[in-house]
Ligand binder design. Structure first.
Ligand SMILES: [Zn+2]
Length: 809
C-alpha cells in the first residue's frame, strides 16, 4: 500500500525535527544491512516508519531493544508505540534487505565487460523505504549522516562530501535537510574525472564526473565537454539565482540501470549511462545531454533546497527544470537551437498527453493525487512538456525580469523548506503588476489546449482562438515561395486579431514556439506550407510545422498517407539532424503502429526507408545528418545485402561510421527480416561484449519472425526477476509492426499477464506499460483491451493502458 495524502498530512502534523544517522553495509552479496538511527519529535505516542521488504528487522527505541520488533513490522511499515511527546525520540532500526535488479531500491549490476559489480541506491519516489526505515515524504526533510561499508576496492559516492575513508568504510558529511527520496549512494569501480571549483561566494567546491570503469574511454572522450558544460551552467545559475549553491560538493555519475533519464540527487546527480554512448556521440545527443545537465542542476535549488510539499506540485519542479534546462544549456553553455528540440521532441509528447482521457490540469489539486501510486502516473507529458511550455509562455507574458524576481523570492523564502504552488504564485505576484493568479487559473488549472486558427478576410490573415487561454506569440510571414518577409508579436484572447500588414502573405502563428496550442491554417497557407516546408529557412519554424503536422495526424485532420508524403517530400533535404530524428521517431512510434492498418505496415515502413535512403544520399557533406539517416535506414531497410555490408565494413558509407547503436538496429532489422539466425546474433553479441550487446542480442532474437522465437521472448519476459532493461529489450524485439499476423497470441497473453507483472513496483509497472503491443490492433483486440481494463489493473499500468486505448481507438 503506498502512502496516502491523508496519512502524510497527519504524520507531518505530529512529527518534526527529524534527523537520520544511516549506516549501510554493502559487503554482502545476496542482501545488505541497513541501520537507521532516526531522531525526531512527536506530538503523539504512536506513528510509523516505512520499511519495505526487509528480510529481518530489529528495533531499539530510546536505547531499549524491543523484543516484539517483528510483531510491529508488517512488511511495509514499522509501527512505533510508546513514543515520548516531551523529548526527542531515538529509534534505531537495523534491517537486512534484498538487493534489486529493477532500479527500485539497492540496485545491483555486474558489468559483463570486466565482472565489476556496481551497487547503488538511486531512489526517488517511494523507494527510500526499500533501503532504510524512514518517514518517506517530502515535507519531513531531515539531515542525513551517512556511512557506507563497501568492497575496499570500490569508490563510494553519496550526497555529502567524503569526510574520511578507511578501507571499505566511507564517512560522508551530514547533508542539509533533504527528503529521504533524494538520498543517493553509488558504490563501484567508478572511473572518475575530478576538479576543484569555486562558488559565487568564493568558496571551494569539489566537482566530479564518474562512470563505470568499462566506460572510462567514453568518459575521457567527453570529459572536457562535460566539465565545460558543468562549469558554464554553474556560473550561469550563479548569475540567475540569488541563493548560493545549497550543497557541499557536486558529483555527477553515469549509473547502470537507472529508470529515469537522470535524477537530481542533492550534491550527486545520477544519469542513465546510455547518455555516455559508445563509439561517437552525435551533436543531438550532446545538446540533449547538456539540457539534462542544466535541468538537474536547476533542481539543486528548485526541488532539492525548495521542495514540493506533496506530489501534486511534481509539475512545478519538473516544468521549471525542463524550462531552465533548455534555457541555461543554450544561454549558459552555448548549445544553440535547443528550442528546436523542444518543439520537435518535447511538445508533441505534451500534446499527445493532453489529448487523452488521462490528461489533467498542469497543476492538479493535492486531493487529485491521493496516494504515491497515483503520483507515479503524473511524471508524464503534462508535468514535463506542457508544464515547461507553460513556463515559456509565462516568462514571455510576464517579462523575464519579473519572472526571475518572483522565482528568486520564492527560492530564498523557502530555502531548505517545502512549498506549494500557492506559495510560488504569491512570490510571483509580489514581483509583478500583472494578474498572475488569473493567468495561473487559465493555464494551469484546466486540462486541454486551445487551437489558434488562421482564416482570411479578403487576403488579410485573421487569427482566432478556440479555447480559453490568453496567448502571446510571434507570427512569422512568408511569401508564396516561403521566403521569410517579417514577423510580429501578437497577443490573442477571445477577440480575433486581424493582421492587415501581413495581407497576402502565408503566416505561421507561434513561430517562436512561445505558446502551447494546436495550429489550424487556412487552406491556401497549408497548401503552400505542405508544398514548401523544407524551404522555410528557420529550423524552429520547420519544427513547429512538423509538430503541428503530427498533431493533425493524431486528430485525423491529416491522413497517415499524407503525413508519410510530407516525410518523403521534405525530410530527405532537412538540414537539422534533430528534426530528422524527431520526425522519424514520431512516425515509427506513433503513426505506423497506431494510424496504419497492420496489412499496410510493411508499405509504410518501406516509404520511411526510401526517404532515409534519399536522405543519406543527400547528406554526403554532413556527418550528423548522415548518422541520423543511417540509424533510420538500419531500422527500416529491407535491403539485407546493404545492411550486411555495413556490418562487414563497420561503415555506412565513405566517412560515415556505423555507430554501435546503429549496428544493433541493423542486426535487429536483419533478424526481423529472417536474415539473421541465433548464431549470427550470438556472434554480434560476443563481438560487442557489453551490456548494450546483451540487450541488443535479446532484442534481435525476439525480432525473428518465427513462433519459436516469439515464444522464447515471451517466456523470458515472464521470468521472475527479469530486470527492466532486459524486459524492455525483449518487448522491443517482440512487437514488430510488419509481423502483426504472427503476434496475435502474444497480444492476448500480454493483456492477461501484464496486471500480475505490474505488481512488482512502480518502475517495473511503467516498463510493463511501455511494453504494450507496438503494432496496429484490430477492433477485436481493442475490445479485449477494454475488457482487460474492466478487471483489476494496478494504478500505474491502468494509466498506461488507458493512454494506449486512447491512442489506438
Ligand atoms: Zn527533473
Amino acid at each position: 500500500m503506498s502512502l496516502t495524502l491523508d496519512e502524510a498530512r497527519a504524520r507531518a502534523a505530529v512529527v518534526s525535527s527529524v534527523s537520520y544517522a544511516l549506516d549501510l553495509d554493502l559487503s554482502g552479496t545476496t542482501s545488505f544491512r541497513s541501520r537507521a538511527l532516526v531522531r525526531f519529535r512527536s506530538d503523539e505516542p504512536e506513528t510509523f516508519l516505512e520499511l519495505r521488504g526487509a528480510l529481518s528487522v530489529s528495533l531499539v527505541v530510546g536505547g531499549e531493544p524491543i523484543e516484539a520488533a517483528e510483531a510491529a513490522y508488517d512488511g511495509e511499515r514499522l509501527h512505533l508505540v510508546g513514543l515520548s511527546t516531551e523529548t526527542v525520540n531515538e529509534v534505531e532500526v537495523t534491517a537486512t534487505l534484498p538487493y534489486t535488479t529493477d532500479g527500485d531500491g539497492m540496485h545491483t549490476f555486474t558489468d559483463p565487460v570486466d565482472g565489476s559489480r556496481y551497487v547503488g541506491a538511486y531512489l526517488g519516489m517511494d523507494n527510500a523505504s526499500k533501503v532504510f526505515a524512514c518517514f518517506d515524504q517530502n515535507d519531513l526533510k531531515a539531515p542525513f549522516a551517512v556511512t557506507v561499508t563497501a568492497d575496499p576496492a570500490d569508490t563510494v559516492l553519496a550526497n555529502g562530501a567524503v569526510v574520511s575513508r578507511e578501507g571499505g568504510r566511507w564517512v560522508f558529511a551530514t547533508t542539509p535537510p533533504i527528503p529521504p527520496a533524494l538520498l543517493v549512494v553509488a558504490a563501484g569501480a567508478w572511473h572518475s574525472v575530478r576538479w576543484s571549483g569555486v562558488t559565487a561566494a568564493g568558496e571551494g567546491l569539489e566537482f566530479g564526473w564518474h562512470a563505470r570503469r568499462s566506460l572510462a574511454k567514453e568518459l575521457d572522450r567527453d570529459a572536457a565537454e562535460l566539465r565545460r558544460t558543468t562549469e558554464a551552467c554553474f556560473a550561469h545559475y550563479a548569475d540567475l539565482i540569488d541563493e548560493p549553491y545549497p550543497f557541499d560538493s557536486y558529483d555527477q555519475v553515469f549509473v547502470p540501470g537507472l529508470n529515469w533519464g537522470a535524477q537530481e540527487m542533492p550534491g550527486c546527480v545520477t544519469y542513465r549511462d546510455e547518455l555516455l554512448p559508445r563509439g561517437a556521440i552525435t551533436d543531438t545527443q550532446r545538446a540533449v545531454r547538456a539540457s539534462i545537465i542544466a535541468h538537474e542542476m536547476s533542481h539543486m535549488w528548485f526541488g532539492d533546497s525548495m521542495t514540493m510539499t506533496w506530489w501534486e506540485d511534481t509539475w512545478l519542479q519538473e516544468s521549471f527544470a525542463d524550462y531552465m534546462g533548455y534555457r541555461v544549456a543554450e544561454a549558459g553553455a552555448g548549445f544553440s537551437d535547443l528550442r528546436v528540440a523542444v518543439e520537435i521532441r518535447s511538445k508533441p509528447w505534451g500534446y499527445r498527453s493532453d489529448s487523452r482521457r488521462s490528461t489533467h490540469p498542469v497543476a492538479p489539486l493535492a486531493e487529485d493525487v491521493p496516494d504515491v501510486d497515483t503520483a507515479a502516473t503524473i511524471f508524464d507529458g503534462i508535468s514535463y512538456a506542457k508544464g515547461g511550455a507553460c513556463l515559456v509562455q509565462l516568462a514571455f507574458w510576464l517579462g523575464d525580469e519579473e519572472f526571475m524576481a518572483g522565482v528568486n523570492r520564492h527560492l530564498t523564502r523557502f530555502r531548505f523548506a517545502n512549498a506549494t504552488l500557492a506559495d510560488f504564485v504569491e512570490s510571483l505576484a509580489e514581483c509583478s503588476t500583472k494578474d498572475v493568479r488569473g493567468w495561473v487559473d487559465a493555464w494551469l488549472r484546466r486540462p486541454g489546449f486551445d487551437t489558434i486558427s488562421v482564416r482570411r478576410s479578403e487576403d488579410v490573415p485573421v487569427l482566432e482562438r478556440e479555447g480559453s487561454r490568453p496567448h502571446a506569440f510571434t507570427v512569422a510571414a512568408y511569401d508564396s515561395s516561403l521566403r521569410f518577409v517579417t514577423s510580429t508579436r501578437v497577443e490573442l484572447g477571445a477577440e480575433p486579431v486581424a493582421l492587415p500588414d501581413l495581407a497576402g502573405l502565408v503566416v505561421v502563428p507561434n513561430a517562436g514556439g512561445e505558446t502551447f496550442a494546436a495550429l489550424r491554417f487556412d487552406a491556401e497557407s497549408w497548401q503552400a506550407l505542405a508544398g514548401g516546408l523544407s524551404a522555410v529557412e528557420d529550423p524552429l519554424v520547420r519544427a513547429v510545422l512538423w509538430s503541428s503536422a503530427a498533431l493533425r495526424v493524431r486528430s485525423r485532420d491529416l491522413s497517415a498517407d499524407d503525413h508519410l508524403g510530407l516525410v518523403e517530400d521534405h525530410l530527405p533535404t532537412e538540414t537539422r539532424a534533430e528534426i530528422i530524428e524527431g520526425v522519424v521517431s514520431e512516425v515509427r512510434s506513433e503513426v505506423i503502429p497506431r494510424r496504419v492498418a497492420a496489412s499496410r505496415a510493411a508499405g509504410a515502413v518501406a516509404r520511411v526507408a526510401s526517404a532515409a535512403a534519399a536522405g543519406l544520399r543527400a547528406s554526403a557533406d554532413d556527418e550528423q545528418r548522415a548518422l541520423a539517416w543511417a540509424s533510420t535506414l538500419a531500422a527500416t531497410s529491407a535491403d539485407a545485402g546493404m545492411l550486411r555490408a555495413w556490418l562487414d565494413t563497420g561503415r555506412v558509407g565513405p566517412g560515415v561510421p556505423l555507430l554501435p547503436t546503429t549496428r544493433w538496429e541493423a542486426v535487429v532489422r536483419l533478424a526481423s527480416l529472417g536474415e539473421a539466425d541465433a548464431r549470427f546474433i550470438a556472434a554480434e553479441r560476443d563481438r560487442d561484449g557489453t551490456v548494450e550487446g546483451e540487450l541488443g542480442a535479446l532484442r534481435a532474437l525476439a525480432a525473428r519472425p518465427s513462433v519459436a522465437a516469439k515464444d522464447a521472448a515471451w517466456e523470458a519476459m515472464l521470468a521472475s526477476g527479469v530486470d527492466n532493461r532486459r524486459f524492455g529489450a525483449l518487448a522491443a524485439g517482440l512487437w514488430i509492426p510488419e509481423q502483426a499476423h504472427l503476434l496475435r497470441p502474444y497480444v492476448d497473453a500480454y493483456l492477461a499477464e501484464a496486471p500480475r507483472l505490474a505488481t512488482r513496483g512502480q518502475a517495473f509497472a511503467l516498463e510493463v506499460g511501455r511494453a504494450f503491443p507496438a503494432i496496429a490492433l484490430d477492433d477485436g483486440q481493442i475490445d479485449a483491451l477494454r475488457a482487460a481494463l474492466a478487471g483489476d489493473v494496478p494504478t500505474v499500468l491502468r494509466r498506461s493502458w488507458e493512454d494506449h486505448l486512447d491512442d489506438c481507438a
